[in-house]
Design a protein around this ligand. Structure first.
Ligand SMILES: C[S@@+](CC[C@H](N)C(=O)[O-])C[C@H]1O[C@@H](n2cnc3c(N)ncnc32)[C@H](O)[C@@H]1O
Length: 356
């Protein structure tokens, strides 16, 4: 059981983090507007023409969803599942230098957004051998997922985009992991994080379940290298550059598979291939923990906001993702529903690998 002071500290820390990143978010948005007036106008015109009648959430509905996430997150500390304040990992000078670099990149991505520049990644890095769907400037970020500068800025950009809630949304994986390890010897258990990115989810898992062995794979060398730096010194961690479509692991090798914020960036058929692979490497009775954007209908008040998201950020597969029948796809791959809930702008889907 956790010390009650830990939960209070964590709650205060999360509220402060949300406040800080919400301010950075506002600052970034107005800077982008000032820097690229023409570009922004073009984008706004495009947005207006693409606007649907679907309802957007009110301010109080957004705040309620945020409060629910922070309450769920604080409960993890209160229930002794994870230690407090685990995502305060970057030093102040490092944060300052990354913030400076992130703001320096804003005019470039604003211009790319206005001109719908999606492919320049091929001019910056060699994309030979990578799937076409992957070699793009996701979110209009410079270098797509393929440069070390993109990897260095990713976490700050994501926390800014989600007003400081990305860590808390990922930590929602910890409760189903706690359920999966209950009564078992964690030292003998193996977890795979698919598309681990810069390793933030693996870091949270490692702090909460230090005895668990973890493998992480991602298609980007640069992100894997950033993950290595982030996870340096933590035991039982293996990281490899690999494609989630063809996992180089034996059938049934893992007790737990996690996957956060990958699927909205994949074409529909590739989502099916990755689901089949995740199911294949899970042991019968093993747990899949999937976290990604909410889909249409998960929280109907948010549907308009979800539909508007790809107008601002280059997310070529997001619209299709919003109404993809993931539940059926999991079912077809022998992954049976074991839990599901919304976590602010994301959803958590827990599935158990059936035998056979
Ligand atoms: C939005 S990021 C999410 C990263 C991380 N899981 C997180 O929670 O922040 C998407 C990640 O998926 C990776 N990715 C995209 N397609 C992939 C594929 N086919 N195989 C492996 N990784 C892939 C990208 O390189 C990127 O790191």
């Amino acid at each position: 059981m956790a010390n009650p002071v830990d939960a209070s500290l964590h709650l205060v820390g999360q509220v402060a983090k949300v406040g800080m990143f919400a301010a950075v978010h506002q600052l970034g948005a107005s800077y982008a507007k000032r820097q690229a007036t023409d570009a922004t106008t073009t984008r706004e015109e495009r947005e207006r023409s693409q606007q649907s009648d679907t309802r957007h959430p009110t301010r109080s509905e957004i705040l309620q969803a945020l409060r629910d996430l922070i309450a769920r997150d604080t409960a993890l500390v209160n229930d002794g599942i994870c230690p407090p304040l685990t995502d305060y990992h970057v030093s102040l000078p490092q944060t300052a230098s990354r913030l400076r670099a992130m703001f320096a990149d804003i005019p470039k991505s604003a211009e790319r957004s206005a001109n719908e520049g999606r492919q320049e990644v091929q001019d910056v890095v060699d994309t030979t051998g990578l799937p076409d769907y992957y070699a793009q400037n996701f979110h209009y970020q410079t270098g797509g997922y393929l440069t070390s500068e993109s990897a260095r800025l990713y976490d700050l950009q994501v926390e800014t985009l989600f007003s400081g809630t990305a860590g808390a949304m990922r930590r929602q994986a910890l409760r189903p992991i706690a359920d999966a390890v209950a009564g078992r010897n964690q030292r003998k258990m193996q977890l795979l994080d698919v598309a681990c990115g810069t390793g933030r989810l693996m870091g949270e898992i490692s702090k909460a379940f230090p005895a668990l062995s973890q493998n992480g794979i991602d298609l980007s060398d640069a992100y894997i290298e950033e993950a290595r730096q982030h996870l340096k010194g933590r035991r039982g961690i293996t990281l490899d550059t690999a494609n989630a479509e063809t996992l180089d692991f034996d059938d049934g090798m893992f007790d737990i598979v996690t996957c956060s914020f990958l699927f909205h960036e994949l074409p529909a058929p590739v989502r099916r291939t990755v689901i089949a692979e995740m199911s294949r490497v899970l042991a019968p009775g093993g747990t899949l923990i999937f976290i990604d954007s909410m889909q249409l209908g998960d929280a109907p008040a948010f549907d308009g906001m979800l539909e508007a998201f790809p107008n601002r950020f280059h997310e070529p597969y997001y619209r299709n993702y919003l109404s993809d029948t993931l539940d059926d796809a999991f079912h077809e791959a022998n992954l049976v529903r074991a839990g599901q809930w919304n976590a602010f702008l994301s959803k958590v889907m827990v599935r158990r690998r059936a035998a056979g």
